[in-house]
Write a protein that binds this ligand. Sequence first.
Ligand code: SF4
Length: 305
Amino acid sequence: MNEMSPLARPPRERKPDWLRVKAPTSAGFAATRELMRSKSLTTVCEEAACPNIGECWSKKHATVMILGDTCTRACAFCNVKTGMPRAVDKLEPQNVADAAAQMGLQHIVVTSVDRDDLPDGGASQFVKVIQALRATTPNTTIEILTPDFRNKAQAAVESIIEAGPDVYNHNLETVPRLYPTIRPGARYYASLRLLESVKRHDPRIFTKSGVMLGLGEERLEVHQVMDDMRSAEIDFLTMGQYLQPTPRHAKVLDFVTPAAFDAYAAIARAKGFLLVASSPLTRSSYHAGDDFARLRAARAEKLAR
Ligand code: SF4
């Protein structure tokens, strides 16, 4: 790689300027926080210490995390606490729907912790949340970001597909070589197959997946992940910079430059994704509502050709 390459990497001693964000202070931020508290809802924005929280919450965009705040896995990149989760909250589906209605959301993103302790991995709670949203706020489009449901019956995933979310997202997170250290409880090809099965069962559902960069992956490995995703007919790829939430988590090995993110995006588009979001601060739910509108427009344009 020569020094002029857009993929050139700066030294990693200090966090680069392009990752600096303002502290959240707006009235909109406070209102979103108050609403989440009043409905006893957990958000991945807070639990994952997302850098975009100031921007997203001031625009009333939050990603709700269902099935509690405690995960049964311990991925090396993730800030969500690990342990034995509490019982599933029966009021949660309606609380999510009421919050979406109160915020007037056009698009909602719902995710969850991994619940390997539950027989269906928590799939039935996703179904109930989708049903409550459809009944309470029928014009809100629904994006779900699910666990991999590894070692659970295929019927669990099929029940979610049948509930009809508009977007089904599951993140591959990193390249297969790094799974044993970064995502030890998961299997790369199982995650790919999950997304492939969503598309096979209902091609109308947009499928979406993302990777974090900066964990030591090589450029050609990222290209291979893109090819694998296209083979599984994934519509939308997101790529963002991994940030180490605490010193106990996996180290950042590279701060990938904005130019390098643009170069990856150009390659991904050439590989045929309907939509690509790629920048240091991209997260899978960042600007999800606007991106959903773009996805729909891109599909309509493709079908018109
Ligand atoms: S990018 Fe997603 S997780 Fe981060 S603050 Fe925005 S909505 Fe929350």
